[in-house]
Design a protein around this ligand. Structure first.
Ligand code: SAM
Length: 231
């Protein structure tokens, strides 16, 4: 697992101090251990976890400079991509958001304290937190949560003007982007670029959306409304 991670870091040309690599591996091991009793991930092989969870999360460090930034990870699940980013870049001010209480309690009470990592935890639905945390973050990230048009409505309200939303996507990235063009514009975003990385033999895409305007107050709508009538 260590060799899979170090080889991947070399491939991405990401140089991390040894203690940060150790912390990343310790977090991945903790996820796989907890996964035996709590549903956290479909991946059970440590080398695959190093590639598909750790390295995939760390690609965001190649997309934007994150030093000292406030970052919100929407639908973080077992902590991806937010926790690996914080372990690799400790100056990051990390907030994790997910509606699943069990996963969030494990991150808040066990996994992160064991690593000495500080973060803020928002347990609940993104659309409910948006009111009090509007336009508060430099960067918002999200992986494997919803299709891009819906995801933009969940995530862009949290980004302040001048900040970025980074959506981690797979092979369908361009199709989703096409579908989300109207939502991005209506929500005050502006599509900047897509960056591609080869992770675990497949192309993973990061869609970079710049927040150039203000999100109108009526967004986000309820989840039911978003699904019924995507922007
Ligand atoms: N981002 C993690 C990853 O890539 O491993 C977890 C992905 S998991 C498939 C999707 C997560 O998004 C779940 O933990 C779910 O609870 C959360 N989620 C989905 N919709 C949400 C919403 N509207 N607000 C908060 N969390 C949400």
């Amino acid at each position: 697992m260590k060799s899979a991670l170090t080889a991947g870091l070399e491939r991405l040309a990401l140089a991390l101090p040894a203690e940060r690599v150790e912390a990343l591996l310790a977090f991945s091991a903790a996820v796989l251990e907890k996964n035996k009793v709590m549903n956290l991930t479909a991946i059970t092989d440590p080398a695959q976890a190093a590639e598909l969870h750790l390295l995939d999360s760390l690609t965001l460090l190649k997309v934007l400079p994150l030093t000292g930034k406030s970052l919100l990870d929407v639908g973080t699940g077992a902590g991806f991509p937010g926790v690996p980013l914080k372990l690799a870049e400790p100056s990051l001010r990390l907030t994790l958001l997910d509606s699943l209480q069990k996963r969030m309690r494990w991150l808040e009470e066990e996994a992160l304290p064991a690593l000495g990592v500080e973060a803020r935890f928002l347990t609940g639905r993104a659309e409910d937190f948006a009111r009090d945390n509007r336009e508060k973050f430099d960067v918002v990230t999200s992986r494997a949560v919803a299709r891009l048009d819906l995801l933009c409505e969940l995530c862009l309200p949290f980004v302040h003007r001048g900040g970025y939303f980074l959506a981690m996507k797979g092979a369908q990235a361009q199709e989703e982007l096409h579908e989300a063009a109207n939502a991005i514009r209506l929500l005050g975003g502006s599509y900047e670029r897509t960056e591609e990385f080869e992770i675990g033999g497949a192309v993973h895409s990061v869609i970079v959306i710049h927040k150039t305007g203000k999100t109108p107050e009526q967004y986000p709508r309820s989840w039911a409304r978003m699904k019924q009538k995507p922007l």
